[in-house]
Design a protein around this ligand. Structure first.
Ligand code: MN
Length: 207
């Protein structure tokens, strides 16, 4: 029997139960979102890499545009979903920063945590079509910035390190919220794992 090839990308387990983010994100959404949608991006990224390997073997790069695009889309989808899960936590574990280096940087770049939340929330609500809002560390200017992301990979600032991401694809909220994306975004503030955002900031800003 042939051995399974080693997969470059692997679907991570959720760091909590499927119903842990209730009532803000419902269990049915979490099951579909993680087990079907995120899994499909992992499979898509691995498939793109396998097809690129085949292209090199065959010396045939006729599909290079499609394959490069598929790799960017699916691998970015995998990276962002992995960040999304770990950036959230049950409501009783969500605690806004009251002190520390991250809070100091937020105050410098946005004025306050409240203004950061307002900008990030506005960005999320206004994404055109499917996409994300992102808080990122921009190492060239050494600043925190808020970005919108279309699909999983468009509108990036190259080199910026994502610290916290909000998924505003319809699959992230439609079962519970239908078309009310704004209500979903407003509710997400109840389940942000700020401690994780701070840890990522400390690691990214040290480099
Ligand atoms: Mn998603």
């Amino acid at each position: 029997m042939a051995e399974e090839p080693v997969k470059d990308y692997v679907l991570p387990d959720l760091p909590y139960a499927y119903n842990a983010l209730e009532p803000y994100i419902d269990e049915a959404t979490m099951r579909l979102h993680h087990d079907k949608h995120h899994a499909a991006y992992v499979a898509g990224a691995n498939a793109a890499l396998a097809k690129l390997e085949e292209a090199r073997k065959n010396g045939n790069f006729d599909s290079i545009r499609a394959l490069s695009g598929a790799l960017a889309f699916h691998a970015s989808g995998h990276v962002l979903h992995s960040l999304f899960w770990t950036g959230l936590c049950p409501h009783d574990q969500s605690q806004e920063p009251k002190t520390g280096a991250f809070l100091a940087q937020v105050s410098k770049d946005f004025g306050s945590v409240d203004l950061l939340k307002k900008q990030l929330g506005a960005a999320a609500k206004a994404v055109e079509g499917s996409g994300w809002a992102m808080l990122a560390w921009e190492p060239t200017a050494k600043k925190l910035i808020v970005l919108q992301v279309e699909n999983h990979q468009k509108l990036s600032v190259q080199g910026a390190v994502p610290l916290f991401v909000l998924d505003v694809w319809e699959h992230a909220y439609y079962i519970k919220y239908q078309n009310k994306r704004a209500d979903y975004v407003d509710n997400l503030w109840n389940i942000v794992k700020w401690r994780e955002v701070e840890t990522r900031f400390e690691s990214a800003s040290k480099k």
